[in-house]
Design a protein around this ligand. Structure first.
Ligand SMILES: Cc1cc2nc3c(=O)[nH]c(=O)nc-3n(C[C@H](O)[C@H](O)[C@H](O)COP(=O)(O)OP(=O)(O)OC[C@H]3O[C@@H](n4cnc5c(N)ncnc54)[C@H](O)[C@@H]3O)c2cc1C
Ligand SMILES: NC(=O)c1ccc[n+]([C@@H]2O[C@H](COP(=O)([O-])OP(=O)(O)OC[C@H]3O[C@@H](n4cnc5c(N)ncnc54)[C@H](OP(=O)(O)O)[C@@H]3O)[C@@H](O)[C@H]2O)c1
Length: 381
């Protein structure tokens, strides 16, 4: 029988482990989590992701209520819901507190007193699109309500201006062969500053700061993925996973360890500094010894003056990499989509062209075929 839990009916899981992976001296906060699936009937595959429904932080909700002049008890009806709920609940669990649009700025304009209306009209009329965009990107709902104190939408108008609070996906970092009843995650906690205010990523800080240990109240679901180990265990694998991108490769290598797979497996890992950000260093050492991982190349970007990235290590090992690919290896990339995955893709094309003696056009075709064959897979975000 299929498990009854999915995105529309998440399982209330227990968080059973929370352990910081990056050192306290790191510029990043990367945290390992274990979530128990016991009692859910859920299962997962290497390469799948876990969906997590976060809750906004109570201080952030309180501050927004205060800025907007509401108690939180006001009933609001979220579109398509059968019945109204109190505003505080809507802001805590259902709506995003960031990402206001110019439609909301217009609403504030329409509800504002004279002085605020003039200032809002100026913002709306801004003719430089870059400036206009940048101004709003620096602001969340609370900034706008505080900056324009006479502009007071109704509670219903406020919630209809907000986006839905969506679940976040995290690449699963454990193997079902080793941990059938648990899912591990590797999460970079998002904290930054805009408009002079400290901001928090909703879900990563929910997991890091607010989710309760040992209580059955973390709403999760398993999101299946096309990303995964080759069906044939003898196929060599090349894994490129800097930062949290290493998560699914911990799953892959754990799986190989648990099932005794010892075919060639090469991991490229990168992060800021070896002493502070070498995620799961001890585990890789163990896997290298057992042969579950056969090669590891690291790129610690900030340990020297010039930045060194995973694609630099790929280029330094171009001949060997080409040999693996020619021998039928599958190539995997996981992590940052904006820059890293593009640069790794460019490096792969360059290596194929140079080592394979191909024109750039032929290399493009060769890599296309690699993708078609399912031997070039990406899990990027
Ligand atoms: C398939 C998939 C797998 C993933 N796997 C992982 C994983 O294994 N580990 C992991 O950590 N994440 C992973 N992610 C990303 C994860 O889903 C979340 O997007 C991430 O944790 C941030 O969510 P959040 O709710 O904490 O932050 P949000 O509340 O969503 O805030 C993030 C937003 O804040 C803004 N922001 C962030 N930093 C800055 C800054 N410096 N300056 C200005 N604005 C900024 C940006 O607008 C950004 O979009 C994955 C995503 C996908 C789609
Ligand atoms: N806004 C930022 O500046 C910033 C910084 C770090 C993390 N983050 C966020 O934190 C989240 C998770 O971070 P993460 O741990 O997965 O990874 P990450 O911290 O972004 O990166 C891991 C490693 O990849 C390096 N890197 C940067 N650009 C690269 C590129 N073009 N090609 C290859 N490697 C590159 C980083 O180096 P360097 O960082 O030394 O360049 C670092 O050594 C991401 O969603 C990211 O948005 C943001």
């Amino acid at each position: 029988m299929a498990a009854p839990y999915d995105k529309t009916n998440p399982f209330a899981a227990r968080l059973v482990e929370r352990r910081r992976l990056s050192s306290p001296a790191s510029q990043k906060e990367t945290v390992h989590f274990s979530v128990s699936l016991a009692g859910s009937g859920l299962s997962y595959k290497c390469g799948d992701s876990l969906g997590v429904f976060p809750t906004n932080s109570a201080p952030a909700v309180d501050a927004l209520l205060k800025a907007a002049g509401f108690s939180g008890l006001e009933p609001v009806l979220i579109p398509k819901d059968p019945a109204p709920i109190p505003l505080r609940e809507a802001l805590s669990r259902r709506l995003a507190l960031n990402g206001p649009t110019y439609k909301f700025v217009q609403l504030l304009h329409d509800r504002a007193g004279e002085a605020d209306r003039a200032r809002l009209a100026e913002r709306i009329a801004e003719s430089d699109p870059e400036k206009k965009k940048a101004w709003l990107e620096q602001r969340e709902f609370i900034d706008l309500l505080e900056e324009f104190p006479t502009a007071r939408p109704t509670a219903q108008e406020l919630i209809e201006s907000q986006r839905r609070l969506m679940p976040r996906l995290y690449s699963i970092a454990s193997s079902p062969a080793m941990h059938p009843q648990e899912i591990h995650l590797t999460v970079a906690v998002v904290r930054y500053e805009t408009n002079g205010r400290r901001r928090e990523g909703v879900c990563s800080t929910y997991l890091a700061d607010r989710a309760r240990m040992g209580e059955s109240d973390l709403p999760v679901f398993v999101a299946e993925s096309h990303f995964g180990l080759p069906a044939d265990d003898s196929v060599p694998i090349i894994m490129v996973g800097p930062g949290t991108g290493v998560a699914p490769f911990r799953s892959f290598v754990q799986d190989r360890a648990a099932r005794g797979v010892r075919s060639p497996a090469w991991l490229f890992f990168g992060d800021q500094r070896k002493d502070h950000d070498f995620l799961y260093a001890d585990e890789w050492a163990g896997h290298l010894k057992s042969g579950a991982l056969t090669r590891l190349d690291t790129a610690f970007s900030r340990d020297q003056e010039r930045k060194v990235y995973v694609q630099d290590r790929m280029r330094e090992n171009a001949a060997e990499l080409w040999k693996w690919l020619s021998d039928g290896a599958a190539f995997y990339v996981c992590g940052d989509a904006k820059r890293m995955a593009k640069d790794v893709d460019a490096a792969l094309h360059a290596i194929v062209a140079e080592q394979g003696g191909m024109t750039p056009e032929a290399a493009v075709e060769w890599v296309k075929q690699l993708k078609k064959d399912g031997r070039y897979q990406r899990d990027v975000y």
